[in-house]
Design a protein around this ligand. Structure first.
Ligand code: E4P
Length: 216
């Protein structure tokens, strides 16, 4: 399973990219609003840091306007992936953009049928929202598992991005459920790495090595 970062904060993207673990970036209008910066400028900076798919989400609700909005992002770089809502208008925009060779990420997916429709409209990626389903006491990982089973069974090549991930446990579960990618908030990358036995182990090794140094 590949790892994307889910943020529009360039400093956080730079930090995690420096670990060498990042395959792409996803953003959404809420994440962009949180930064209070010009989105085109943010996208240019992200493009300079990460060589991989970078999702930029449209805010139009009609297919014609979505396609127009998409073009301005896509013209920045062919690494830009257009994020579209899983609606009828989003499907129309998806099939048109796919016909023009533009990659798409169909977002706000909460059931397997939405994912199937998006895949049939030519989506490059579908994004089931694990955390938001868990928030309403529905099993978000089961949705990932169901989509993975359907796509595998029918030879569908659309990649599944496990989105709305809030915990390291959800990352493991998404990987086991067959997600091709998980997109993670920066904090989750740090939580994944953290283990008290790793910290204690380093401390003991350094202490023992200090005694070796003292012995000459
Ligand atoms: C996906 O691409 C979305 O940007 C994101 O994962 C949504 O996460 P949230 O439910 O924590 O807002």
């Amino acid at each position: 399973m590949k790892l994307f970062i889910d943020t529009a904060n360039v400093d956080h993207i730079r930090e995690i990219a420096s670990w060498g673990v990042l395959s792409g970036v996803t953003t959404n209008p809420s994440l962009v609003a949180r930064e209070g910066r010009d989105f085109m400028a943010v996208l240019r900076e992200i493009l300079a840091i990460v060589d991989g798919p970078i999702s930029a989400e449209v805010v139009s609700t009609q297919a014609d306007d979505m396609v127009t909005e998409a073009r301005q992002y896509y013209e920045l770089s062919h690494n830009i992936v257009i994020k579209l809502p899983a609606t009828a208008e989003g499907l129309k925009a998806c099939s048109r953009l796919t016909g023009q060779g533009v990659k798409t990420n169909l977002t706000l997916i909460f059931n397997p049928n939405q994912a199937l429709l998006c895949a049939r409209a030519g989506a490059t990626f579908v994004s089931p929202f694990v955390g938001r389903l868990d928030d309403i006491s529905t099993d978000g990982i089961q949705l990932v598992r169901d989509i993975a089973e359907i796509f595998t069974y029918h030879g569908i090549t659309t990649e599944i991005i496990a989105a709305s991930i809030r915990t390291p446990g959800q990352v493991v579960a998404a990987a086991k459920a067959g997600a091709h990618i998980a997109t993670l908030p920066p904090a989750v990358f740090h939580q994944m790495l953290k283990h008290p036995l790793t910290d204690a182990g380093i401390e003991r090794f350094l202490k023992d090595w200090e005694s070796v140094r003292k012995q000459g």
